[in-house]
Design a protein around this ligand. Structure first.
Ligand SMILES: [Zn+2]
Length: 333
């Protein structure tokens, strides 16, 4: 059992966890991010982006409703802009990439729980069977017959393909996300050549414009996740401007409504830079989301760098982390 699990177990056993659950929350905005809700083990692609099964997600939504104030859409933007005074912890749900499970699973769960969420689409992927770079990397590394892979771009990297293929996948994905990677296709070409296996034929993997419109009509927010999902921090300011402007234009044209929110692809530090936030504001986005953890407090509320967290798939750890973040404002680790 990990140290975190032991600590969470101690919180539960001593009754401190339920005591904390009944305590008043701190003022703030906790923004939860999911990429794919569903069964990770059944995926032939990147399993790490599955953050919860459908049942686990449903249970989490119910927990959030019981212990925090769930908000979305305009209220989220009002809080980010400082137009709404915070007296307690609010929680908002966000979903990146626009996989079909957003429509088939997540949307249904949110509706059944009378909640809304923000969905960030990549126009180039909408309605297609695209296998994006992270999914392709995961597939190639998991299925290659080679015992090691050596890349030279954007820096030398040799990955041993041992019994732990998932660790090898993580290593190559981390390599792809280096700020010095200015052309992901070079890296992918090297990997394809070395891995020597073909991607399988797949059906449609991303939601359609029609589905996006239906979700919006039901109260969901549709935002941008850039036009092609390149990491903004790897691009020139001009390229960033195009990614952010073009995606906004195309989504607005297809959903027939203004797009005022954007989630920066990957969202970790280095995946976007000082130009990103400026361009985001200039283009008329009200909010921009990062993804390196943390709670947005009244003292730290940056509309173009709203902090987001992922939730723990383990139920006890999920409860402990949620309650510590909302009642104490941070995690002790
Ligand atoms: Zn993404």
């Amino acid at each position: 059992m990990s140290k975190r699990s032991l600590a969470a177990e101690a919180l539960r056993r001593t009754g401190a966890l339920s005591l904390l659950e009944h305590m008043r929350s701190k003022p703030g905005l906790l923004i939860v991010t999911h990429h794919r809700v569903g069964n990770a083990a059944a995926s032939r692609f990147d399993r790490a982006i599955f953050s919860a099964s459908a049942d686990a997600f449903d249970r989490q939504v119910k927990y959030f409703k019981r212990h925090l104030s769930v908000i979305g859409g305009e209220e989220l933007e009002a809080i980010a802009a400082g137009r709404q005074k915070l007296t307690r912890m609010h929680v908002a749900f966000t979903f990146d990439d626009g996989y079909v499970n957003d429509y088939r699973t997540t949307f249904d769960i949110l509706k059944a729980n009378d909640c809304t969420g923000s969905f960030f689409l990549v126009p180039e992927y909408v309605g297609t069977a695209t296998v994006p770079w992270w999914d392709e990397i995961a597939y190639l590394v998991r299925n290659t017959a080679r015992t090691s892979l050596s890349l030279t771009y954007p820096a030398p990297l040799t990955v041993t393909i041992g019994t732990d293929r998932e660790a090898a996948i993580v290593a190559v994905l981390r390599h792809y996300k280096l700020p010095s990677n200015h052309d992901g296709n070079i890296l992918l070409e090297q990997l394809r050549e070395q891995a020597g296996c073909e991607l399988p034929h797949v059906g449609r993997r991303f939601i359609t414009w029609e589905e996006a419109r239906e979700m919006r009509a039901a109260g969901m927010t549709i935002g941008s996740h850039t036009q092609t999902h390149r990491l903004l921090g790897q691009l020139t300011p001009e390229e960033q401007h195009w990614e952010l402007a073009e995606s906004k234009r195309v989504i607005e044209e297809n959903i027939g409504a203004p797009v005022t929110s954007v989630a920066y692809p990957v969202g970790i530090r280095g995946a976007f830079d000082e130009h990103t936030e400026r361009i985001t504001r200039e283009l008329g986005y009200n909010v921009g989301f990062s993804f390196y953890g943390g709670v947005n407090t009244p003292e730290h509320m940056q509309p173009t760098n709203l902090l987001r967290i992922s939730t723990n798939p383990d139920w006890l750890l999920f409860r402990a982390e949620t309650v510590l973040l909302s009642r104490l404002g941070s995690l002790p680790y």
